[in-house]
Write a protein that binds this ligand. Structure first.
Ligand code: NAP
Length: 316
């Protein structure tokens, strides 16, 4: 008798490969089928995971205890409908890994008796090899049928993740917050490198130069919190420095001026909470950041600037 529950994966890409390899290595599941759109891709995923049978049709899936749907978000609903049509997975636990979509996207399967859930691992899976090291010690949110939550919580705990119940939150709002602290950190570093490059520095070299500084910011952020760890001109209320930045960006890097203004405006309340800068200086910085002359430059050119000046009385 097989004592380890069986698992098949539909959509075994970056996240699927990582999680499934960990499930296999820790003997949490016996891996049965691995299904991608092309057999070549399924083959490659099986090689990475070290177990499973590569297939490319849902109708070829064997009956299993658990199915992970880790295809792109846009495909999850249609995969669920196709699984329902095959009709042989009605008693399985079926979950997806999207942070943006609720488990209710699997309702068509729940109606047939499947226990549905979603588990969102809070890790970046850009490189599956690296991500297998990052999952232990990380966190994952779980929502769905209580029995599925309990079962999957234990499974993820067994690969070193720390599951927590998401509760009845707006999944899109939760995911927007997650995107802020992951993808938009990348976007901010990327934009900073664009500007260093405009100044004349070598992009690749500067990514290396920035590494210890960024690591130190991240360390202090987690040790001291987001308020105490804030440094820089807005934490000191240095109006002249901010004015210099705005003028320089307006002249030399106008496409990044709008992002700078919005990030600076988001930094002012943190500085107020920190309490180091004089309130009057912070008021002046806010006024400066809202001046029409610094709203004019943008990637969208003068038409956008006219729109801002004419139709933006409250200021964005
Ligand atoms: N990447 C992350 O950092 C991350 C983090 C948290 C959550 N997630 C979630 O994890 C899920 C997967 O994301 P990912 O980044 O791992 O995606 P991915 O790397 O693009 O992989 C998607 C996989 O799904 C397969 N696929 C797509 N449509 C399919 C279909 N209709 N039937 C069968 N297989 C299909 C693709 O197969 P082919 O190779 O044959 O095209 C590919 O192997 C998403 O829900 C995402 O929101 C991702």
């Amino acid at each position: 008798m097989n004592l380890i529950p069986t698992l098949s994966v539909i959509g075994c890409g970056r996240l699927g490969k990582t999680i499934t390899r960990l499930f296999h290595e820790k003997q949490v599941f016996q891996i049965v089928d691995i299904l991608n759109r092309s057999l070549k891709s399924s083959d490659e995923a099986v090689r990475f995971v070290g177990a499973g049978r590569p297939i490319d049709r849902i109708s070829n899936l064997e009956k299993v205890d658990v199915i992970l749907i880790s295809a792109a978000d846009a495909s999850i609903k249609s995969i669920a409908h196709e699984l329902r049509r095959t009709g042989s997975h009605d008693s399985a636990i079926i979950f997806h890994a999207s942070g943006a979509l609720s488990y209710h996207i699997l309702d068509s399967l729940a109606e047939r008796g499947a226990l549905t859930a979603s588990v969102h691992p809070m890790v970046t899976f850009s490189d599956p090899e690296r991500a297998t090291q990052d999952v232990p010690g990380s966190y994952c949110s779980i929502e769905g049928h209580p029995d599925a939550r309990k079962f999957l919580g234990d499974a993820f705990r067994n690969i070193g993740s720390n599951p927590f119940d998401l509760g009845d939150v707006s999944k899109s709002q939760y995911h927007a917050a997650a995107v802020f602290v992951s993808n938009y950190v990348t976007a901010v570093v990327h934009t900073g490198l664009d500007i260093f490059t405009q100044v004349g520095f070598d992009r690749e070299h500067w990514l290396k130069v920035l590494q210890p500084g960024i690591a130190s910011i991240v360390n202090s952020l987690f040790q001291e919190g987001t308020v105490a760890s804030l440094t820089g001109p807005i934490s000191r209320g240095d109006v002249n420095v901010i004015e210099g930045h705005l003028k320089a960006l307006k002249t030399n890097s106008p496409e990044n001026l709008d992002l700078y203004r919005h990030l600076a405006l988001a930094t002012v309340p943190i500085s107020r909470e920190k309490g180091l800068a004089a309130s009057e200086s912070l008021n002046k910085i806010e006024e400066l950041l809202r001046l029409p002359e610094f709203k004019t430059a943008s990637k969208w050119g003068s038409g956008w600037a006219v729109w801002l000046l004419v139709f933006d009385p409250i200021g964005i």
